[in-house]
Write a protein that binds this ligand. Structure first.
Ligand code: AMP
Length: 425
């Protein structure tokens, strides 16, 4: 019988030290970028009341998340993103507008796991609440670009407008109560075959002929002028024209923020979640081998905060930390090799362990990173271990040295040894 191994739940991963160090170094870089944009850090609760999570998407969100009852019978759920929590927090507090908040933390979704898609994963997320300016939308996209640039990733941001697509669909005859359903189908455009997609539309009450027209009109892709020309060639309602004008303002603001060359208008981007009302965007790595799924995504959601009690326009974005790790790994650009150990304290015999402990205390009080032998190993095994943990120096405590009031300090790179006064360390 093979030994039983205890695994984490499906789709969830433990972070071993190498991954945790990489995660921390990524987070620290992102923290620095959030700082220059003056986003302030918050942490919404991980467990929300189920009604908070279902406020926009409805009860059917239950299929996609972790939901359960607590011992008092309250219905709760694990957060699936940070936008909902921050929107709820903004509705419950009074801060000068625009509220600029960010958070880097872990999410939970009951997804079908695959490469780059987990049931628990980390996101960086920033939200601007209270502003309806197109510069807030552009600033979010610029932030996302700055973050990916900081990791030297080649990427493209695909931008669309839900408002524009909504008006196009109205013109094609999609009824008002079917618009949400249609968006959910369009969100699967990349994932499903044409036939399967048609079935999805039909299942949701949208006729095949209409669905085909929707899909063909979402093929437009390019800079704003190119896309606008194609859209104007097919659609003429006032709604479409207004939405195009808004998109043009964003296109100009992206130029002011110096990120337009990384952006493309792509009307097939609509995003899966229901709360978006305006501009939506997603960033993809140019290196398709590294990652096919998005690196970040976001958009404007002017109705969500209102659902939690205070009307407020808002825009935000979130990116996956594991996805950054995957691109870095695929391109062999892992940044960390551990955090470094200043000293390993070795003893020639176990009777000297007390002296090693005293020395460790002194070094740590000075802020030096050190570790002593806890395995009762002989000296050469201790030196081998010190080399494995990449200690820069080993302090060797020996009986004869001690009688003369000194330690031996070995430099692990050069192998040179010198005697050091016991009180000098
Ligand atoms: P979303 O909240 O779905 O817009 O996702 C925002 C970003 O989070 C995506 O662009 C991905 O980078 C990342 N992400 C979303 N879902 C997952 C997942 N299941 N596993 C890992 N990363 C994810």
């Amino acid at each position: 019988m093979p030994e039983k191994r205890f695994q984490p739940p499906k789709g969830m991963r433990d972070l071993y030290p190498e991954e945790m160090e990489l995660l921390r170094s990524i987070v620290s870089k992102i923290n620095g970028i959030m700082r220059v944009y003056n986003f302030r850090e918050v942490e919404p609760v991980k467990v929300e009341m189920f009604e908070t999570l279902a406020a926009k998407s409805g009860e059917e969100i239950e299929k996609e998340i972790y939901a359960f009852e607590d011992k008092a019978g309250r219905k709760l759920g694990l957060r699936f993103d940070l936008t909902v929590g921050m929107a709820r927090m903004a509705a419950n507090a009074s801060y000068p507008k625009p509220i600029r908040w960010y958070c880097i933390s872990d999410m939970f979704r009951y997804e079908a796991p695959q490469k780059g898609r987990y049931r628990s994963f980390w996101q960086w997320d920033a939200e601007i609440l209270g502003s309806k300016s197109v510069f807030a939308d552009a600033e979010c996209i610029a932030l996302g670009c700055d973050i990916l640039d900081a990791f030297k990733i080649a990427f493209e941001v695909r931008i669309s407008s839900r408002k524009l697509v909504e008006w196009m669909m109205r013109e094609l005859g999609v009824e008002e109560d079917k618009l949400g359903e249609a968006f959910r189908c369009i969100d699967k455009l990349q994932k499903l075959s044409k036939e399967k997609l048609m079935e999805e539309f039909e299942k949701r009450g949208i006729r095949r002929g209409v669905a085909e027209k929707i899909i063909s009109s979402l093929k437009s892709r390019g800079n704003f002028e190119e896309v606008a020309r194609e859209v104007r060639g097919r659609f003429m309602s006032k709604g479409v024209e207004e939405a195009l004008n808004e998109l043009e303002e964003l296109w100009r603001a992206l130029n002011d923020f110096k990120v337009r060359s990384k952006c493309v208008i792509d009307l097939s981007i609509v995003r899966g979640l229901d709360y978006y009302t305006g501009v939506v965007f997603e960033a993809y790595a140019k290196n398709k081998k590294a990652l096919r799924t998005s690196l970040f995504g976001g958009g404007r959601y002017d109705q969500l905060v209102g659902l939690y009690g205070r009307n407020m326009p808002a825009v935000g974005l979130a990116g996956g930390i594991e996805r950054l790790m995957e691109v870095l790994r695929a391109e062999n650009r892992i940044l960390t090799t551990g955090d470094g150990v200043d000293y390993f304290i070795a003893c020639v015999n176990e009777r000297l362990a007390g002296r090693a402990a005293e020395l460790a205390v002194r070094l740590r009080r000075k802020g030096l990173v050190c570790e002593m032998d806890l395995m009762g190993r002989n000296l050469s095994a201790q030196l081998r271990y010190a080399s494995k943990i990449k200690a820069k120096k080993v302090i060797i405590i020996g009986e004869r040295d001690l009688m003369k009031g000194r330690f031996t300090v070995r430099d692990m790179e050069s192998g040179n040894e010198r005697k050091v006064d016991v009180d000098a360390l």
